[in-house]
Write a protein that binds this ligand. Structure first.
Ligand SMILES: *[C@@H]1O[C@H](CO)[C@@H](O)[C@H](O)[C@H]1NC(C)=O
Ligand SMILES: *[C@@H]1O[C@H](CO)[C@@H](O)[C@H](O)[C@H]1NC(C)=O
Ligand SMILES: *[C@@H]1O[C@H](CO)[C@@H](O)[C@H](O)[C@H]1NC(C)=O
Ligand SMILES: *[C@@H]1O[C@H](CO)[C@@H](O)[C@H](O)[C@H]1NC(C)=O
Length: 395
């Protein structure tokens, strides 16, 4: 009996201690918790955004693609996806006549817009001239230059100077010119035979069978990325630019050489434009109507020329089907980068808006820059000779 009582008293004491401990813990500890954590807000109404289709055609197409590529909806096999999939008509190269009813001022738009909208879903055109061996030797730098069929002199000036394929500064450089079919425009001289000769002499033309216009430059971009994935996926870096720019290829190689591996992997540098949006003045080359696009542009690098890693090129290739074609190619690339959660980086060596007049003939200025827009074939050859002169002394 005595022993049982002792045990009971002991048990009571333990419980009392426990009780006091719990009370103190709730009073102080709970207080501590309360101070640290913000109040939990329980939504009283619906907390997701309702799906509101945009009034602008491009934005609406993007919304559909977003739904189509939404991993949660996909996993749940939401039947709406089939509908979106069907209505985006992906990859179709038939003229999309339905667009006439979907863009409210379609009939009033300039002809180039009607054209763009009719073929906006077509992303693949047959290749007429390919260079399967362009990247046979793994290029450290691939130069991909947007050109037009009649620009024979520009291409030749580039081959003789900054775009010479082969070894430069102990690195392998490969060069390709990107072309569509100019003969598809009315009253255009047939240059196909000349191009065939040029191609067999230099083996650096990539030609696709589509109309080579300003609004089809995005098609050129998509076709190039496609080609790169098939034929040149080992290129360490890619420069993509116009055929009227001067590029200091040695300076570019120097810059690439100095990159840390982490920076090199997701490199995208150029002359970056931020806080821009579509021009609403119909007279401007870059005019885009409100019925087609609303919103700001993401940061993008001016199309005169930019430099990126081969790895990023492949990522751009894989994300591009998730972004509807946009009539301005450099903005489109900015949109693809944004989809990847990336932004282009500004580098002051890229002068897509040119340089001050007083520096035009200063060899040392070109020596320190990576790209200058815009220069004639003659100027390109002259500037290259200046900066290739071993006696040139610049500090
Ligand atoms: C998804 O749903 C459709 C009907 O809406 C059905 O035919 C199809 O088999 C489903 N797919 C999967 C993978 O469950
Ligand atoms: C969408 O359609 C294409 C062909 O029309 C098909 O290959 C693809 O699997 C479809 N995607 C989804 C998510 O249903
Ligand atoms: C040239 O590059 C190769 C490897 O790409 C290297 O082994 C060699 O040392 C380099 N030569 C010079 C002069 O830098
Ligand atoms: C783009 O090229 C296709 C194929 O040649 C053509 O049908 C379309 O009209 C072109 N688009 C523009 C905007 O020039």
């Amino acid at each position: 009996m005595q022993r049982g009582k002792k045990v009971r008293i002991l048990g009571l004491m333990v419980m009392l201690h426990l009780f006091v401990f719990v009370v103190l813990e709730v009073l102080w500890g709970g207080g501590r918790e309360k101070r640290r954590q913000p109040k939990v807000v329980v939504p009283s109404g619906r907390f997701w955004r309702a799906f509101v289709p945009s009034a602008a055609y491009w934005n609406r197409e993007q919304q559909k693609l977003d739904l189509l590529h939404n991993p949660i909806l996909k996993a749940e096999n939401v039947s709406a996806i089939d509908w979106f999939n069907a209505t985006t008509g992906r990859g179709s190269c038939e003229p999309d006549v339905g667009v006439r009813a979907q863009v409210k001022d379609y009939d009033a738009l300039p002809a180039r817009f009607k054209d763009f909208l009719l073929y906006m879903r077509c992303r693949s055109y047959p290749m007429v001239v390919d260079q399967p061996r362009a990247c046979e030797k793994k290029p450290f730098l691939l130069l991909a230059i947007k050109s037009l069929a009649p620009h024979f002199d520009r291409r030749q000036a580039i081959r003789q100077t900054w775009g010479r394929a082969g070894r430069l500064a102990n690195r392998t450089v490969a060069t390709v010119f990107l072309l569509g079919d100019a003969a598809r425009s009315d009253h255009f001289p047939d240059l196909r035979d000349l191009l065939r000769r040029e191609s067999s002499a230099h083996r650096d033309l990539l030609i696709w069978d589509y109309r080579d216009t300003f609004f089809n430059l995005t098609v050129k971009e998509v076709l190039f990325l496609d080609w790169l994935e098939r034929r040149c996926r080992d290129a360490s870096f890619v420069f993509k630019g116009d055929d009227d720019v001067f590029v200091n290829t040695r300076r570019v190689l120097d810059f690439l050489e100095g990159l840390s591996p982490a920076r090199a992997e997701s490199l995208f540098v150029g002359d970056v434009i931020t806080n821009a949006g579509p021009h609403r003045d119909r007279k401007v080359k870059y005019f885009v109507p409100e019925s087609v696009f609303v919103g700001q542009y993401p940061p993008y690098a001016g199309g005169g020329g930019y430099l990126y890693s081969g790895e990023l090129a492949l990522r751009l290739r894989s994300v591009s089907p998730e972004v509807p074609l946009y009539p301005i190619d450099d903005v489109y690339t900015g949109m693809c980068l944004r989809k990847l959660g990336l932004a282009p980086e500004r580098h002051k060596g890229f002068r897509t808006f040119g340089i001050q007049e007083k520096y035009r003939d200063n060899a040392c200025v070109y020596h320190s820059l990576m790209l200058v827009h815009r220069r004639t074939p003659q100027q390109i050859i002259e500037i290259w000779s200046w900066i290739s002169n071993p006696t040139l002394k610049c500090k």
